[in-house]
Design a protein around this ligand. Structure first.
Ligand code: FAD
Length: 442
């Protein structure tokens, strides 16, 4: 094993305009992972892990270092007592398609199915059912990590900084059909939006809100969904889409979105979406495919290219009693600076134990922005406001926090506990990323 220049690849985070070069290795066994650690020690290089690069920032990159992909760890075991053992390199898409014919669904999935199980565990992903079942960490019954200093099963939220996640055993959701029964509500204000969540919390399996950030009210579209016994049987072929509106191939749809993705235009598209939802969808129920509800954005491949200058997401987590106030302030700050998010997504959460926690009993607002002048300062000021009120941040979505901001946002003792684990499992500090250095973690 050596640093062959043919192994050099360019790696970049999701939607990011820039990336970095690194030596990329794809080991097939735990022994080979240990050999790569040894090579890194001898050559003085640092090591990071990469999944499907669906994190928005740089947690999977180490410039001029060694990047390990576990795509060969791709086994999916048999279902035993509603659990399954899965290799770290398996994607959620491969997993749900394998489970579907047996009538099971992963308990927690993210908004894209492209992520790997290891990437999902390393970041402790959440779904639209986080308020009910917590994050993926709560669905794990066994975990295997190969660390520079031996092995461990502690890896939920480890961000690739403790060791290689080679496999996880996950709890599964038995489902009777491929459909969800989805109820739409069309709130006109932030207060109405939060009332929808309060009202539906006890009876929903999933909840999510779209917020029109271009309007000062907090208006949007709220969906509550429940597993339905009706509808087609779950099979592995859902989400094989035809062309949009019968004509436009989905692979080309991002070009149309790019044309429309301008501040003046987005405002009118959002207004039209809200008005038509109020007219047609308010308080109505419909059946929707579980896969399409879960992975809406995957139906338009390459949609992120609609952002000419690259895409940045800012996701703020706010405690339950402060959420309304914090999100209203975020909207005001954006409209004052005339840098307004194109898409706002509201979710409810509960605290989830992990190494460096981000989820809390409260809500999150995820906001997409096109890279532009002044955005860095806006994000920094928004982050300070959120932290001052007890809010937190999810590193899978972050690319702007400073070390001081991130460390101030953490609960007391979390950083010390991370450092203790780092010293135990990676005493030579081999495992690092651009993000971990920037945030003062390695
Ligand atoms: C369109 C879109 C929608 C999304 N929706 C959601 C959502 O609803 N909820 C949510 O929680 N997140 C969401 N995300 C974020 C995404 O789920 C996370 O960023 C996830 O971690 C990406 O996994 P990945 O396989 O792409 O890993 P990468 O992004 O490549 O890496 C993520 C982290 O995992 C580490 N890692 C990867 N493989 C290993 C390994 N084998 N061993 C140890 N560490 C490893 C990396 O070092 C890095 O720190 C979304 C992202 C996109 C692009």
């Amino acid at each position: 094993m050596n640093l062959d220049p043919k192994l050099v690849q360019h790696i970049r985070g999701f939607g990011q305009p820039l990336g970095a070069e690194a030596y990329v290795f794809a080991p097939q066994t735990p022994e080979q992972i240990n050999e790569i650690y040894e090579l890194a020690r001898k050559s003085g290089k640092s090591v990071s892990f990469v999944g499907s690069r669906r994190s928005y920032g740089s947690p999977m990159m180490t410039p001029d270092g060694i990047v390990i992909s576990l795509k060969s760890f791709n086994a999916i075991g048999p279902i035993l007592d509603s659990t399954v053992q899965v290799g770290g390199g398996v994607t959620i898409e491969q997993l749900w398609r394998a489970l579907a014919p047996q009538g099971y669904w992963p308990k927690v999935v993210s908004g894209t199915a492209k992520v790997t199980i290891a990437g999902a565990v390393a970041m402790n992903i959440h779904g639209k059912n986080a308020f009910r079942v917590g994050n993926i960490g709560e669905q794990i019954t066994a975990l295997d990590l190969v660390c520079p200093n031996g092995q461990t099963s502690q890896g939920v939220g480890s961000m690739g900084l403790l060791g290689a996640i080679t496999s996880a055993t996950l709890k599964l959701q038995p489902v009777k059909s491929a459909s969800l029964s989805v109820l739409a509500k069309v709130p006109r204000t932030w207060e109405e939006h939060f009332s929808c969540f309060n009202e539906m919390e006890a009876t929903s399996d999933y909840m999510v809100g779209w917020v029109d950030m271009q309007h000062s009210s907090g208006r949007g579209l709220f969906h509550s969904a429940n597993y339905s016994p009706h509808g087609a049987k779950l099979d592995s072929k859902q989400m094989h889409h035809g062309p949009l509106v019968g004509l436009l191939p989905r692979s080309e749809a991002w070009r149309m979105m790019r044309l429309l993705n301008r501040p003046g235009t987005v405002k009118w598209i959002n207004a039209a979406k809200f008005a038509s939802a109020r007219l047609l969808n308010s308080d109505k129920r419909h059946l929707e495919s579980l896969a399409e509800f879960s992975f809406l954005l995957d139906s338009i491949p390459g949609w992120e290219r609609a952002y000419r200058t690259g895409l940045l997401q800012f996701q703020a987590f706010a405690p339950i009693d402060k959420a309304l106030d914090i999100f209203r302030q975020l909207q005001t700050m954006q409209s004052q600076r005339k840098i307004v998010s194109t898409l706002g997504v509201l979710k409810q959460h509960k605290a989830s134990p992990q190494i460096l926690p981000y989820a809390l009993d409260g809500f999150s607002l995820a906001m997409d922005f096109a890279h532009q002048d002044g955005l860095g300062q806006l994000c920094s000021d928004m982050a300070d406001m959120v932290i001052d009120q007890g809010g937190r941040f999810y590193l899978a979505k972050d690319s702007t926090l400073t070390a001081d901001q991130y460390q101030r946002s953490l609960p007391p003792g979390a950083l010390d506990e991370f450092r203790r684990l780092k010293q135990k499992h990676d005493p030579d500090n081999l495992l690092q990323s651009i993000q971990s250095r920037h945030l003062g973690l390695t």
